[in-house]
Design a binder for this molecule. Structure first.
Ligand SMILES: Nc1ncnc2c1ncn2[C@@H]1O[C@H](COP(=O)(O)OP(=O)(O)OP(=O)(O)O)[C@@H](O)[C@H]1O
Ligand SMILES: [Zn+2]
Length: 482
């Protein structure tokens, strides 16, 4: 097998993956702040982390993957300003913060499942780790922190080479709103936020620095270290985390456990830091507050299978920006349908063989080379399509080749049913049986050269949002008009 090469944001270089513990891969992924539904941009971060995990498994490593759920402490501004996102949503909805967290965690998990993202070994919930967070803060407080009225602050000048991940963070924090008076350096950040006198929070705990809540950066340092042990192998997140959240995690990790020297690999908490680029809309970065809120459920409601979105992600390199469009999603769905039909035809003929034979060796080697090249799923997909196009090969063996590749890409090709791929949009008013009945009548009318009736039936369907498709090469009789 080819060596696995991954792009490390710390060194801004491709590096050959060398695990801390031989044969193992330990990965931590920054999870969602569960104050709202995730948008599909957020889900790109988890599709990426999932492909990384699947690739590590494919390369033979025993994977321990942890994703956290942030249910406290993430402010509306990543750099220490604004309100707690959870508290604000709870106040807006006049609901308990715990109910809000539960509701949106479940919604997020539903998206995880729909996108075929494998369950990590552990979901760490931030509020389950408050004791450890307080202990961690106590451990570093004397040497690295100072107290202000608003909480305990981390002094970034106490660690070597602060901000090396972001490459230019020294300015950070400056000029931002709600600048805290008394900070020693602009980039200093709260690791514990004390509840201001006269205010109450739904979520607060006693600590040596007063009643309050942990800082968001502290949470990830604590949960990753507690479950995976420092140093672990790979830490992932969206590219925005490279600027503030991850440099702050690294500073805390240096303070807590590491040598605090300049050897970046040895003292950052994780050896490799990886970041996916954004999913963007033409108008800019996708976000929950701008324009049409693109939730996975909206795609489903419009009749797109959720795995079409996974396909869209796989077509791009995770480090490239990806622009979302409905046309692009439609094209990804067509591509997925083609592959699903190819495997369905094979499944009708044979069971997967134990292994793909020699005929597939060259393709599988190229597939391996592609995913080992910093997860080049775009190239891996084309190799899969080449396999789909191979003629005069054993069906069982071909299925085995598909199984190997789909274990990495996660498109569910070994089980995806052709009819599953055609979803009824929520707005559709017709049942599938009804549509099929009208199409059958239309076929008869056309056979009798009664084009007036045929056109009338087509219009009848169109009025209900259904496009009749004549001679579709994929054999779909109709599609939903989206
Ligand atoms: N448009 C995007 N494309 C890809 N990843 C994104 C995008 N927006 C956020 N992310 C990533 O999604 C993950 C979850 O983020 P989180 O739940 O904190 O959402 P958020 O930052 O509040 O989202 P937003 O600010 O876009 O509403 C993080 O890893 C973040 O970097
Ligand atoms: Zn995090």
């Amino acid at each position: 097998m080819t060596d696995l090469r991954l792009f490390n944001s710390l060194t801004r270089q491709l590096e050959t993956f060398t695990p801390v513990h031989p044969g193992e891969a330990r990965v931590y992924t920054c999870g969602p702040t569960v104050y709202n539904y995730p948008h599909i941009g957020n889900m790109r971060a988890y599709v990426f982390a999932d492909v990384l995990g699947r690739t590590l498994s494919f390369k033979g490593y025993t994977l321990t993957h942890v994703i956290n759920i942030t249910d406290v402490g993430h402010l509306t501004d990543d750099a220490d300003a604004g309100e707690d996102k959870m508290e604000r949503m709870a106040a807006e909805k006049a609901q308990s913060i715990w109910d809000i967290a539960r509701h949106y965690t479940e919604a997020y998990w539903a998206d995880i499942k729909a996108l075929n993202i494998r369950q990590p070994a552990k979901w760490t919930i931030a509020t389950d780790y408050i004791e450890q967070m307080i202990q961690f803060a106590k451990d570093i407080a004397d040497k690295h922190c100072y107290q202000l009225d608003s909480g305990l602050y981390f002094d970034v000048a106490t660690v070597a080479d602060y901000g090396r991940l972001a490459r230019a963070v020294t300015e950070d924090g400056e000029g931002r709103i709600d600048e805290v008076a008394g900070k020693r350096n602009a980039a200093d950040f709260a690791i514990w936020r004390t509840t201001p006198p006269g205010e109450t929070r739904q979520m607060e705990w006693d600590s040596p620095w007063g009643r309050g809540a942990p800082g968001w950066h502290l949470e990830c340092s604590v949960m990753s270290g507690a479950v995976l042990g420092f140093p672990f192998d790979i830490h992932t997140g969206g590219i925005d985390h490279r600027e503030i959240h991850h440099p702050n995690e690294i500073a805390q990790n240096q303070a807590h456990c590491c040598t605090n020297g300049l050897d970046v690999a040895a003292n950052s908490g994780a050896n490799v830091w990886m970041h996916n680029n954004f999913l963007v809309e033409r108008s800019g970065k996708m976000s929950k507050s701008s324009g049409e809120f693109l939730r996975l459920q909206l795609l489903i409601d419009k009749g797109y299978h959720p795995l079409a979105y996974r396909m869209l992600c796989l077509q791009a390199h995770y480090r490239s920006e990806l622009e979302f469009s409905w046309d692009g999603l439609g094209a990804a769905l067509t591509r997925l349908k083609r592959l699903a039909m190819a495997t369905a035809a094979l499944r009708a003929q044979a069971e997967p063989a134990e292994a793909a034979g020699a005929r597939f060796a060259e393709h599988l080697a190229r597939f391996d080379a592609a995913v080992s090249d910093d997860l080049n799923t775009a190239v891996a997909l084309t190799v899969m399509e080449e396999v789909a196009a191979m003629k005069k090969v054993d069906a069982g063996e071909k299925l085995a080749a598909f199984a190997t590749m789909d274990a990495v890409l996660g498109l569910g090709l070994l089980t995806l049913d052709r009819t599953e791929l055609r979803l009824r949009p929520k707005a559709a008013t017709m049942a599938e049986a009804e549509i099929n009945a009208i199409l059958a009548q239309r076929k008869e009318a056309r056979a009798a050269r009664d084009f007036a009736t045929s056109d009338r039936l087509r219009d009848e369907l169109a009025a209900q949002g259904v496009d009749a498709m004549d001679g579709d090469p994929l054999g779909w009789d109709w599609k939903l008009d989206t």
